[in-house]
Design a protein around this ligand. Structure first.
Ligand SMILES: Cc1cc2nc3c(=O)[nH]c(=O)nc-3n(C[C@H](O)[C@H](O)[C@H](O)COP(=O)(O)OP(=O)(O)OC[C@H]3O[C@@H](n4cnc5c(N)ncnc54)[C@H](O)[C@@H]3O)c2cc1C
Length: 385
């Protein structure tokens, strides 16, 4: 399958930008756990993070398959799109369900980089994957909502101006279906931090700028509500499909990076008087990872096409995310094995990418939960939880 010239051009443009951010840049950020602000600014200035924003609001109005290509190329270049990827898929909820007034108020600023929408507050410490049991509440009080509760793993919260927040607006006991009673808010964090919102960083095995966020009588204007009160869960599901497809594309980029890195090294590294890549024991794992990555890549493109055609890509997005994250993790492991001892040395970037790639069979949704979705919703097996 040959790609359209438009997508090929996007690939070349992302590659050129990423070439300005080589391994040393990422190693330094990793060492100091600093946010790669310069990289995010460069992506924004080049318009890549506004790919999905329609032209009327200052973006380029591209489809999800183009956004997927952008994220894939970032990872394939050895960079880390986790610093900015949320902006692409969070925006989706605002685009689809926000009022015209909200879109006019926020999208142009997001497109030109004066506003960052990078924080997505869904996960909570006690509910885990069981999102419908979340405990953060938003209670209407006149022209405001009062928010109380706690989020965990809210990545990039310290580097974002806006947060998309999922909170309960009707107690679970008072709704007919458990998917009802949750609402989505676009919270202006610039006003909230210090006035009821507290952010605490969590140090993780890779540089991910993730945090805990505490809400203590935080007052937000009622106009922060997106769409109808109580329908928030339905709204974020559609955004989650976009999220899974984009993250799957990142995993494909990671897998390509590991495969290229391992192939190059196996051609050059000589042991017992010949390149290690001449041994089939070294070649075959690389070739197997390549085949695994290519198969997953087909599912990622297919899922993006179903999404772009207006279909419901629930099954495809989940399968793409599972297959791509498994392909990237297999390639990461293979790459370390190919490098031998040097796979553990910082200067080759393999160990850094290995740590970064580990995340994606767990987040934004773990493999077990994807298998459970397929078993129940696609294959009709009995519900297990
Ligand atoms: C670095 C990082 C960044 C993140 N960024 C964000 C973010 O920006 N915003 C946000 O909202 N969240 C974020 N998350 C949260 C992420 O989405 C969750 O960690 C992930 O969905 C898994 O949920 P959990 O950690 O609560 O695991 P749990 O739900 O506690 O599950 C633990 C394990 O048990 C398994 N399990 C649970 N229930 C079942 C079952 N019924 N059947 C079989 N297996 C089961 C799971 O598969 C998993 O392997 C981030 C997480 C990390 C680590």
């Amino acid at each position: 399958m040959t790609e359209s010239e438009d997508l090929a051009e996007i690939r070349r443009a992302v590659q050129a930008l990423c070439a300005e951010f080589p391994g040393e840049y990422w190693r330094e950020k990793d060492r100091t756990r600093d946010y790669p602000g310069e990289f995010v600014d460069a992506l924004t200035q080049a318009g890549f993070l506004a790919a999905l924003i329609p032209g009327d609001y200052g973006g380029s109005g591209l489809k999800l398959d183009a956004a997927a290509v952008i994220m894939e190329e970032i990872q394939a270049a050895g960079c880390n799109g986790a610093s900015a990827h949320a902006q692409m898929y969070i925006m989706n909820t605002l685009l689809k369900y926000g009022s015209e007034e909200q879109k006019r108020a926020y999208l142009p600023g997001i497109a030109d980089g004066s506003l960052r929408l990078q924080a997505f507050g869904v996960s909570e410490p006690t509910s885990g994957t069981d999102t419908l049991s979340l405990r953060t509440v938003a209670v209407r009080d006149g022209d405001e909502y009062v928010v109380n509760g706690q989020k965990i793993w809210t990545s990039r919260a310290e580097h974002s101006d806006l947060m998309l927040l999922l909170a309960r607006t009707t107690p679970r006991e008072q709704v007919e279906k458990k998917t009802e009673g949750l609402s989505i808010f676009l919270v202006d964090m610039r006003k909230a931090v210090g006035s009821g919102m507290t952010i605490k960083p969590i140090r993780t095995m890779m540089n991910h700028s993730t945090t805990e966020v505490f809400f203590d009588d935080l007052r937000i204007p009622a106009s922060s509500l997106i769409g109808e009160e109580g329908k928030g869960f339905r709204y974020i599901l559609s955004g989650m499909n976009a999220e899974r497809i984009l993250i799957a594309a990142e995993c494909i980029g990671d897998a390509k990076w590991f495969i290229n890195k391992a192939s190059d090294y196996a051609k050059e590294r000589k042991v017992f008087g010949r390149p290690i890549g001449q041994n089939q024991g070294v070649q075959f794992p690389i070739a197997r990872c390549y085949a695994q990555m290519r198969a997953a890549e087909l599912m990622v493109h297919h899922a993006a096409q179903v999404y772009d055609a207006g279909g419901n890509p629930g099954a495809e997005a989940n399968m793409a995310k599972m297959l791509a994250s498994e392909a990237s993790w297999a390639a990461a492991d293979m790459c370390v094995q190919t490098f031998g001892g040097f796979g553990f040395a910082e200067e080759y970037d393999v160990e850094r990418k290995f740590r970064e790639a580990r995340l994606y069979t767990v987040a934004p949704i773990s493999t077990n939960l994807i298998l459970s979705y397929l078993a129940e919703h696609v294959l009709g097996l009995p519900r297990s939880y």
